[in-house]
Design a binder for this molecule. Structure first.
Ligand code: C5P
Length: 313
């Protein structure tokens, strides 16, 4: 017998920025970006339960304290868009380190946007979800797609890229919290966002067209490395162990190294024993979508969720 509650347990995968180039500040207060996002197997878990009713309440619990609760904001925004009312209970099991550039909070918010319409029984278009995601944060819309995607504009304009192999990688997450807004301001102060934007775009394009493993970079390293020299040392260690590329993700502080074999990853994991490390693999869009579909299939009768981008091949 059903008690009326609709429940699901869904994953919220982390992301890496395989390359991240920051262009000048725009009139809307955001910087123009060129980036390639990639989902990885490191994930939070969200338990979501919805009971339709006349009154709306949203309750969020988590194993760690989250200050700015993007998850409850996502829930309220989504319920409003769905014109749905009822009790919503969310429980978040956080594994993705906070303030590390791994997109943990953004992915949690996207997990709400992807699962709530299904539990309410009113799937909505990807464009509406992307609009809500962009209201919540620049990295949120990417997590509605997963896999590898090119991000332009403030990071919310997305073009899916062909899936890559599930290569092994190591994420090193030192205990350093970096504020994204502060990192952007520091980049501006250094004058690094105004240098030859056209050249930056050209270099980014040729990197993205040439396959994403050689070259590329993260402009935030120029801010984070002088401030936290340990990060540069950790990157050097990843490179010596054969990682290609080895670099920081987002505005930091986490670093990643991508390897070609499991043996290389095992060796790297052992040599970083004293650090907070996560051996992971890259998660393709096919795997991302099927993880989602498996968790929500009890509530849907076709394979059309999550909705596909019109650019997806
Ligand atoms: O969109 P989100 O809330 O994640 O952004 C946090 C802050 O990072 C913004 O307030 C803005 O200062 C900065 N930002 C930016 N350009 C972007 C994305 C974020 O300047 N493309």
């Amino acid at each position: 017998m059903s008690d009326g509650w609709r429940r699901a347990r869904v994953p919220a995968f982390a992301k890496l920025n395989l390359s991240l180039r920051v262009l000048p500040l725009r009139p809307d207060g955001y910087h123009e970006l060129r980036t390639v996002f990639q989902t990885i197997s490191l994930a939070d878990t969200l338990d979501i339960a919805f009971l339709p009713g006349r009154k709306t309440s949203v309750q969020v619990e988590s194993n760690v304290e989250i200050a700015d609760n993007i998850v409850s904001r996502a829930a309220r925004l989504c319920l409003k868009a769905l014109r749905a009312h009822g009790r919503l209970e969310l429980r978040l099991e956080k594994k993705i380190p906070l303030g590390a550039g791994l997109g943990g909070g953004s992915s949690d918010a996207a997990a709400v946007l992807l699962s709530l319409p299904v539990l309410v029984g009113r799937p909505i278009s990807l464009d509406s979800l992307i609009g809500m995601g962009a209201d919540l944060g620049s990295d949120v819309p990417f997590f509605l797609l997963g896999g590898a995607a090119l991000g332009v504009g403030r990071g919310t304009e997305l073009y899916p890229l062909p899936d890559v192999k599930p290569l092994p990688a190591l994420v090193v997450a030192p205990d350093i919290h970096i504020s994204t807004a502060e990192a952007y301001r520091a980049l501006d102060r250094l004058g690094l966002t105004t240098e030859e934007p056209q050249n930056k775009i050209n270099r980014f394009q040729s990197w993205a067209w040439g396959g994403v493993w050689d070259g590329g970079g993260n402009d935030f390293e120029a801010v984070a490395f002088p401030q936290f020299p340990r990060l540069k040392v950790l990157k050097g260690r990843l490179q010596k162990l054969g990682a290609k590329p080895a670099r920081m993700t987002g505005s930091g502080s986490a670093l990643f190294g991508i390897f070609r074999t499991r043996d290389e990853l095992t060796r790297a994991t052992q040599s970083f024993r004293e650090e907070n490390v996560y051996p992971i693999s890259l998660v393709s869009r096919v795997r991302y979508r099927s993880a989602w579909w498996r968790r929500l299939q009890a509530h849907i009768d076709d394979k059309l969720w999550p909705p596909q981008s019109r650019y997806a091949r």
